[in-house]
Every structure is written in structure tokens, then in C-alpha cells.
Design a protein around this ligand. Sequence first.
Ligand SMILES: [Fe+2]
Length: 281
Amino acid sequence: MARIFRIDSPTARHLECFYEEGYVAFPDLFADEARQGFVDELMHLRPVEDFFKKSDAELRELGKPYRLSVKPWNDKGPWADGLFDAPFVRSILRKILGESYHFCHSSLAVSIRGAAGIRFHQDHHHWFHAHPVNRNQRDRWYIQMLYYPNGFSRGDGSLSILAGSQKASPLEFPADRLSRGDFGPFRRVDLELPPGSVVVLNARAFHGVSQKPVNSTQRYRLFSNYIFKEAGPPHLNTQEIPQRWLHGVSGHRKQIFDRRSYTEGCWDGGEKLKSCSARCW
Ligand SMILES: [Fe+2]
């Protein structure tokens, strides 16, 4: 397969930006063939084709009207599969997370005109549960690789980030404070990115998404999110790894998939936490 990204590794400046701001954006990072291949692949997925066939009335009946969300997203074609371990992905994750990290889960979203925005939030799920397992994991890395194969304009399904907010305790910023626009010392950055862009986000950084206006010039916005975390116990979204991903894999993929998935009661005792190693290899 042709290379996916134009560069194989972030620069020191990219990493400096990530540590300081809680994110780093890579505009137009996909190579042309990969960007087009990824778009074609996504547009031919059954759930996506079905979504585009829905009537307006049917779209309104969805839990999140005008947005298709697939999570976990397991039905991947070759381009999406390559996002597990493209050289750029491996390089930036290794530089941030070190050698020992796991794949957590991935998702796919398609937003069309009329899709609602998403308020400012964090995605570091260990903060959302008071169980001792989660308390122990709160300060560990949880990284989101955000892919925008057809990009977005500011105010049109665009990503906003409170730069530097990964340094704050989530407890300081309850939803009502954020909804008032009180961001404390943190600067709101409203991104605008061309097709083929990537954002690497510290999940501790507050971020949100603008609505997609009904008169948007972009018919739909494609988005995929691959999440990786430091080796450790699962959180609620740590998905089960499909068996087909495990056949014959070795090396890096074996490492990132060889972890426990979330199961009910798994935080209550080791005996309920089935090891992927025991189950799959
Ligand atoms: Fe999020």
C-alpha cells in the first residue's frame, strides 16, 4: 500500500506545541492517494450508504440527528486499517506514550447539514468514574488521533480547543461554567483545516465541535477518531478486539491489541477481567 501520510515523524516543534497547548494540528497530512482512497472507502461502507439514503424524517428519529456515529468502528478497509500503525502514527505515539501503549477504540462519524454541535468536554474517561481503578489512571496518557479526510471550515462542524486546558483539573470546569463561556486562563482556538488533516489531541484538553449549518457549502463532513492509551486497565470505552484483527499479527500490532477490554464488573476484581492474551493467543 502507498504511504498514508506526507511525513513519517513529528518534529520537535510539533511535540512542543502538543505538550504546551494540549493538541497539535497537521493540515493536509494525508498523501493525495491515501486521502482520496480513505474517503472512497468510508463512503462505501454499508452504514454510511444507508445513512445517506435516509429521509429527513428518518434522520430526525436518530438519537443524534444528522450525524452518523459508529463506535466501536470495526468494519475497516485497507486505508483505515493502516491507521493503526502508519509510520507517522507509531512515531508520534511512541514519542508521547513511550513503548508501552494500547489501542483503546476507534469511531467514525459523518455529519450532514443540520448536525448539532458538541459542547466543550474532555474525553479522558478515567476522570468520569470514582472507582479506585479510575482514580489511579487519571494522570496517565490518553491520546486521540483525529482524522478529517475532507476537512472543515470554521463554524461548519469545526473543532475548537481550549489551548492548555489539559493542565487543569476537570473538576474546575463543570459544564455550566463552560457553557457560560468562562474558560479561565485558557485560550479558545477555533480550527479550520483543509482535507486530509489530522489533529493529535491530549484527551485531557477541553474541546468541542460547532454545529453544521443547514446552508453549509460542504454537504458532509467525515471524521474518524483512533484512541490510544498508556498500558493499564480498561475504561468504559476500551473495546473488544475482533478476532480477525488478531490472526497472524505480531510485533507492534500484537502489543497494541494485547490488552483487556471493558467488561461489566471488570473493575471489581481481577477474576472478571479476562485477559486478551488468555483469550486470543
Ligand atoms: Fe471529544
